[in-house]
Design a protein around this ligand. Structure first.
Ligand SMILES: [Zn+2]
Length: 197
């Protein structure tokens, strides 16, 4: 892997160069994104809003921040630490930790964006099911406990076995960029129906 700041950020490797069964796919390596995968994007002080990735994300481009859709009080972003490919997060723009702190408008939009996210993931990725939910507090498993986020995790038969190994260590960085684009393109226009809905 080349060092960040060098010219050689992207490298293509043939599948046959790796141990295991060649699958004919080329791997596009994006080492500058691997810092996220390895956890360096997490804030040192989780209570500091200035370090919060869910506050910083909307200030960057959709492509850089992996934002799928921007609503009026909440937005939809790909999880940089996905449990599964296509794992989305629905977040209010405001830096609030607890579900009870959301305004009525935010509660409604988080719920509506969650439903639309399910429809978009179904249309693009065809999962067999979903896990939906919010972890409230670090003790309950919240990685960024200070900024509320609703998980939308698509599930496939047998996904728990191979994706943490294959997905997280290899193909995930490019899959995140691809997945973001596919979901953003499938996201319905305001007030309209999604493609194929
Ligand atoms: Zn925040």
């Amino acid at each position: 892997m080349s060092a960040p700041g060098s010219d050689e950020h992207v490298r293509i490797d043939a599948a046959g160069d790796f141990p295991g069964e060649p699958d004919g796919l080329e791997r596009l390596w994006t080492p500058h994104r691997m810092v996220y995968i390895q956890g360096e994007g997490k804030p040192a002080d989780p209570l500091d809003a200035e370090q919060c990735p869910f506050c910083a994300g909307p200030q960057r481009s959709d492509e850089d921040a992996l934002i799928v859709h921007r609503g009026s009080t909440a937005f939809v972003i790909l999880n940089l630490f996905p449990y599964n490919s296509g794992h989305l997060l629905v977040c209010p723009y405001r830096h609030v930790a607890d579900y009870t702190e959301l305004t009525q408008d935010e509660v409604l939009e988080v719920a509506e964006l969650t439903r639309t996210a399910m429809r978009v993931i179904r249309e693009v990725s065809g999962p067999a099911g979903f896990n939906l939910g919010m972890n409230q507090g670090a003790v309950a498993g919240a990685g960024i406990a200070a900024h509320l986020h609703q998980h939308v995790v698509p599930r496939w038969e047998g996904d728990a076995n191979f994706l943490p190994i294959v997905g997280r260590t290899k193909a995930l960085p490019i899959l995140l960029a691809d997945t973001r684009r596919q979901y953003a393109e499938a996201w319905p226009e305001p007030g309209g129906e999604g493609r194929g809905a």
